[in-house]
Ligand binder design. Structure first.
Ligand SMILES: C[S@@+](CC[C@H](N)C(=O)[O-])C[C@H]1O[C@@H](n2cnc3c(N)ncnc32)[C@H](O)[C@@H]1O
Length: 172
């Protein structure tokens, strides 16, 4: 994809135009998400009021509007518990989550091995790293579970690379 077709580059241009780029510590969303509003960001940002109280987003998914606006006070929710757990873990331990996710290789055998790990653990880092890894390398970043609640999306192709440590720190 040529760089100027990249929605993030277009968003940066948009923020630059509105002279707010320097004031907002904008961060990339860390997750791929079906139904993400990232392509609509310029429209959504243009419709945002200048002043508002608390930012509330109850079905947050990839949180792309939240990351684009970085409100001082925000309340985020989603009924996807693994997603919310991972946001909380990244907020507290961005480097540890990023390093743990990067420790797994980008190949089919490892993908299915990571997928077979339990999403629950006493250690909060491992499930968050697993979610981050599977979100990146699954087919289209889709989140789907079977009747037992186990993630069952096959590996995707050309998925790009994991969010960098800097992306995770920026998302904090
Ligand atoms: C289309 S996605 C959100 C997209 C988000 N605006 C973005 O830009 O990534 C919808 C999200 O709503 C969540 N969701 C759906 N029904 C919900 C409910 N009843 N309560 C909380 N979250 C819900 C899903 O888990 C999913 O993450």
């Amino acid at each position: 994809m040529p760089l100027d077709d990249d929605p993030f580059e277009r968003l940066l241009d948009f923020l630059e135009e509105r002279k707010i780029r320097s004031k907002i510590p904008w961060a990339r969303p860390v997750f791929r998400w079906a139904g993400s509003k990232r392509r609509m960001l310029p429209t959504l940002l243009a419709a945002m009021p200048e002043d508002y109280g608390r930012y509330i987003e109850p079905m947050v998914g990839s949180a792309c509007l939240f990351f684009a606006t970085r409100p001082r006070r925000g309340l985020l929710g989603d009924f996807n518990e693994e997603l919310m757990h991972t946001y909380r873990a990244i907020r507290c331990h961005p480097r540890l989550v990023s390093r743990a996710a990067s420790s797994w290789g980008d190949n089919s055998a490892t993908y299915y091995e990571v997928r077979s790990l339990s999403a629950e653990s006493l250690d909060p880092i491992q499930p968050a790293a697993r979610f981050t890894y599977l979100n990146r390398y699954s087919f289209n970043g889709v989140y789907r579970t079977n009747k037992e609640g186990r993630f069952n999306v096959p590996r995707g192709r050309d998925t790009g690379s994991l969010p960098s440590e800097a992306d995770s720190i920026g998302a904090r």
